[in-house]
Design a binder for this molecule. Structure first.
Ligand SMILES: Cc1ncc(COP(=O)(O)O)c(C=O)c1O
Ligand SMILES: [Zn+2]
Length: 431
């Protein structure tokens, strides 16, 4: 066997510790997850290493040694040159559909925001702008690693037919999934709620997705009917093409490019630490992948996951854990993380009633410091207005990390001073 250059070693469940080898195909769910107890999630175990994103202009080529899809392809005999071509070919096809391909998105000090919030020249607010990414949000990064894994499996003869892709979403994730599926001409079923707007439905139709409006059926158990139909499709053989780690661990793989790009950008700006990185939390994959990616960077980054007062299951679970002095939150997942009734906020993209990818967020808070933030609704509204005023074409959900910063500046004025360096991600374009 030739020596492998990858830093990725294996998959390991954040709840039960089950280990899955890196050369396993379709390593979507923990082997111990069941239909009744889905609270398991495979995490990526790697050798600690700084990821140099400047080695190639394409983020997925630059990060190849650190990506799990690439480690699997490599372990099964696909050399770097071919992986590189596969990334670039697939990217080209995505560009033909979306007009944009994957690239290192803008990251830098936002002067208007920094001035408005009273930071001086030594500090400020840095912004990672995902609105110009594929399909207008951060979501496509998470799906690209799944797609690359599937294409590698096809090429190496592990997947001889194309099972349909499946996702339950009526937002940015659905759009990103349908865009990627169209690019490679792979059939996709998108399960959406009955109340989805016709306008959004037409966009999915235009991308060739099979859209299923999912009404509650008489004998349905509790829960979102679109999610129930998605799970039925996966049980029948569809690929979970989703941005929820417990359903498909490979999404967290590509999502980490966002954190690696932030670390690289900070180094370029000679910022050696961040007093706070604010990331909005819906299902939690976004914050989980970003915080995890930053951990080996050598930079000191305090993490602030942000939810809104109208939907804060992560914050509630962390409070429960703190009250009981529980450190190993994964082990206590079922008691700590429970459904949030009647979620509501202007930031409607982060109204997931439970946080799926939350164990790694809890670990980041413990190791890197920072705090869980619950933004009051007036801050959600103000953050959206402020972001627009500062020139970002962002949705309320996309500006919700900034709402977390506003919340902390008001509720804990001693936490930062005018020379603090903080960062937010404008994660999705306004629609
Ligand atoms: C623009 C935007 N930002 C943030 C999020 C939250 O990401 P996650 O669900 O991975 O926590 C979403 C999710 O839909 C989103 O659309
Ligand atoms: Zn498990």
């Amino acid at each position: 066997m030739t020596a492998r250059s990858s830093t990725v070693r294996r998959w390991e469940c954040v709840r039960c510790g089950a280990s899955v080898p890196i050369d396993a195909w379709l390593p979507f769910r923990c082997p111990n997850a069941t239909a009744e107890d889905r609270h398991h999630a495979l995490g990526i175990v790697s050798d600690t290493d700084v990821v140099d994103m400047s080695s190639d202009s394409h983020p997925f080529v630059a990060a190849d040694r650190h990506l799990a899809w690439a480690a699997c392809a490599e372990a099964n005999g696909m050399p770097f040159e071919r992986r590189r071509e596969l990334v670039l070919e697939t990217d080209e096809a995505i560009r033909a559909v979306d007009g944009t391909g994957f690239h290192v998105t803008e990251f830098g000090r936002a002067d208007v925001l920094s001035d408005e919030l009273g930071f001086d020249a030594d500090g400020g607010v840095w912004v990672k702008d995902e609105t110009a990414s594929v399909a207008g949000s951060q979501k496509a990064r998470f799906l690209f690693s799944i797609l690359l894994h599937l294409r590698a499996a096809e090429e190496l003869g592990e997947l001889t037919t194309r099972p349909p892709l499946a996702i339950a979403s009526c937002g940015n994730a659905a759009l990103a999934a349908a865009t990627l599926a169209k690019a490679v001409d792979w059939p996709i079923d998108v399960f959406v709620p009955t109340w989805m707007s016709d306008g959004f439905g037409h966009r999915l139709d235009d991308l060739g997705a099979r859209v299923h409006r999912s009404a509650r059926l008489a004998d349905d158990p509790p829960g979102d009917p679109a999610m129930l139909r998605f799970r039925e499709a996966v049980a029948a053989g569809a690929v979970p093409f989703t941005v929820q780690g417990p359903e498909n661990a490979l999404c967290l793989d590509g999502g980490r490019t966002l954190g690696w790009e932030i670390a690289d950008g900070l180094r370029d700006d000679e910022v050696e630490w961040l007093d706070g990185l604010f990331v909005q939390v819906g299902g939690g994959a976004f914050a989980s992948a970003t915080f995890t990616a930053l951990a080996p960077s050598g930079l000191d980054v305090a993490t602030f996951p942000v939810q809104t007062a109208g939907c804060a299951p992560l914050d509630r679970a962390l409070e429960r854990a703190a009250a009981r002095d529980i450190v190993d939150v994964g082990f206590h997942w079922n008691e700590l993380m429970t459904i949030w009734e009647n979620p509501s906020s202007l930031a409607d993209g982060i109204l997931d009633d439970e946080t799926y990818d939350w164990v790694d967020i809890a670990h980041s808070l413990r190791i890197a410091g920072g705090a869980s933030v619950v933004a009051e609704e007036p801050h959600v509204v103000a953050a959206h207005d402020l972001a627009k005023h500062a020139g970002f074409d962002v949705s309320p959900t996309g500006a919700a990390g900034l709402a977390g910063l506003l919340q902390v500046l008001e509720a804990e004025p001693e936490r930062f001073d005018s020379s603090s360096c903080v960062a937010v991600v404008m994660s999705g374009i306004s629609r």
